[in-house]
Design a protein around this ligand. Structure first.
Ligand code: NAD
Length: 507
């Protein structure tokens, strides 16, 4: 095995060591704020994935027999090791993905929180039993690991999203293979370095293969992988879910989103402005819970008044590099992403009805070619793609509605169902919204309704192809299989228990 001698050429981490085959093709990883070349990312192949799976399987054969409380203690060590390098991790997230340092610190904190939630695994892994279902007969349910699991992750949360999966998979007794986003590979690299330093996590249990489509396809086709967790765009999620199912794997694929704010006329304008602006333009609109369409409810005057406070708050945001404390809106992930977003804005610029009330192009492209300021498009027809499709940038579409029912008719017609946010001072309206909104994660007077790690994270409809969500108890259910054992023992006198018939079944 090789050790990384050129820090700009990344390696896979397999069976406890850094490795890359000579002649492996690479792609470039650049800092979106400056355009600086940060790393060459190796494009993992089926052979790399196979080596990772074999290592994970060998290590898992021993790990599954490690008592759950000892597995939990390994996670305590991981939590402490991540905490000790929190600032380094956050700085790396900012450099690689672009988000502000404050945002990156919060993200790293969220990742650590997932480890903490998984540390409670022994409690959640407990099974069930029912005594005396027939004479001398008891029944017990056990939760056992699925085997080797893989996680394929997106660019927008390089520190948090791998931790939605890794600690729970380990807690449940599985081996693990991570395929991080090829656009932001550096945080995962540091994670593997940290994990390799934790004696309680055996070498080979956690592996990482860098790469893009070929590495993903190799994961989906590998017979030694039992379950796949995926987060990314809706189209890729559907593809991953379909192909993983075809090869007989358990799969959870979290996809894209078009999250709406519903703003009632009684909502506090300050709460609306800070919530909407932080959500739509924080991380340059590249959060899966970012609101990207605002539904203004009420009379024309009421709608216009709410919009004015939003536009005023957005207009003073500063666009720039994530490591500048003055920056509010970071660059998007790459200059290609900016070009795609600018093309979307240009498409609607000449539209009869749509009004460009704030134009983020005026911020200029920045040193890395990836800056785009807050952009607000008013009077967007409800069926226009900027109101229905995920653009994944700092672009907010505004539509108008007569009342809450009319607003929900629009939001519930979306093919996505990740998150919907209501702004109101009315408890009755909030209660009705909670009952009727078709999304997995709702917020009331909160811009980004991200559940804490002890709760499941996931949407509805095209925002997920899965039965179980990420994080919390759902994660431990996803990473375990249930086994039910029915047992008969002789009575204390030594005589075999009599056969009993229960509901037509003979025991
Ligand atoms: P993406 O779908 O482009 O990539 C995600 C992963 O899939 C990457 O590891 C990539 O290498 C791989 N991939 C991409 N295209 C592939 C293909 N055709 N074949 C095989 N593998 C492929 O997503 P992204 O741009 O990295 O991330 C942004 C998306 O993720 C947004 O749509 C966002 O809403 C979504 N997201 C969703 C959630 C959620 O909780 N639902 C959370 C975060 C991000």
């Amino acid at each position: 095995m090789m050790t990384p001698n050129d820090p700009r050429t990344l390696h896979h981490h397999v069976d406890g060591g850094w490795t890359v085959a000579p002649g492996t093709a690479t792609i470039e990883d650049r800092d979106p704020a400056t355009g600086e070349l940060l790393a060459h990312v190796p494009l993992g192949t089926a052979a790399d994935v196979d080596a990772a799976v074999q290592a994970a399987r060998r290590a898992q054969a021993r790990w599954r027999g490690t008592p759950p409380q000892i597995r939990a203690r390994a996670l305590y060590r991981l939590r402490d090791a991540l905490g000790a390098r929190r600032d380094e991790l956050a700085a790396l997230v900012t450099r690689d993905m672009g988000k502000t340092l404050d945002d990156a610190r919060a993200e790293v904190g969220r990742g650590i929180e997932s480890v903490e939630a998984a540390m409670g695994g022994p409690q959640l892994l407990k099974g069930q039993n029912l005594e005396g279902i027939a004479t001398g007969v008891d029944v017990e349910l056990f939760r056992q690991p699925v085997g080797v699991v893989a996680a394929i992750t997106p660019f927008n949360f390089p520190a948090m999203i791998p931790m939605w999966f890794l600690p729970y998979a380990l807690m449940a007794g599985n081996g693990f293979v991570l395929k991080p986003s090829e656009q932001v590979p550096l945080t995962a690299d540091l994670y593997l370095e940290i994990i390799a330093g934790i004696d309680e996590i055996p070498a080979g249990l956690v592996n990482m293969v860098h790469g893009a489509h070929d590495a993903v396809n190799a994961i989906l086709d590998h017979p030694g992988i039992d379950a796949v967790s995926f987060v990314g765009s809706a189209a890729t999620a559907r593809y991953v879910a379909t192909r993983a199912t075809e090869t007989g794997k358990r799969v959870q694929a979290l996809g894209g989103a078009k999250n709406a704010f519903v703003i009632l006329p009684d909502a506090d304008p300050k709460t609306v402005a800070s919530g909407v602006v932080g959500s739509a333009f924080g991380a340059a609109g590249q959060r899966c819970l970012a609101g990207s369409v605002a539904v203004l409810v009420g009379t024309r005057e009421q709608q216009d008044a709410q919009l004015r406070t939003i536009v005023d708050a957005a207009a003073i945001l500063r666009t720039g590099p994530g490591d500048d404390p003055a920056t509010d809106v970071c660059p998007v992930v790459s200059s290609d992403a900016r070009s795609r977003l600018v093309a979307e804005i240009e498409t609607v610029a000449g539209h009869d009805e749509i009004e460009l009330v704030l134009d983020g192009r005026t911020a200029g492209p920045g040193a890395g070619g990836a800056d785009l300021g807050p952009t607000i498009l008013d009077r967007v027809p409800r069926d226009h793609r900027v109101a229905t499709e995920e653009l994944f940038g700092p672009v907010l579409a505004v539509v108008r509605a007569d009342d809450l029912d009319d607003a929900l008719a629009f939001t519930n017609a979306s093919r996505y169902g990740n998150s919907t946010i209501l702004f109101t001072e009315s408890g009755g309206a909030a209660r009705e919204f909670r009952a009727k909104a078709d999304s997995g994660m709702l917020g009331v007077n909160i811009g980004v309704a991200a559940p804490i790690a002890w709760m499941p994270f996931g949407g509805w409809k095209d925002s997920i192809d899965a039965d179980l969500h990420a994080n919390g108890e759902d994660a431990l259910r996803f990473y375990t299989r249930t086994k039910v054992v029915t047992t008969r023992w002789a009575t204390s006198g030594g005589a075999p228990a009599a056969e009993t018939t229960t509901g037509g079944m003979r025991f």
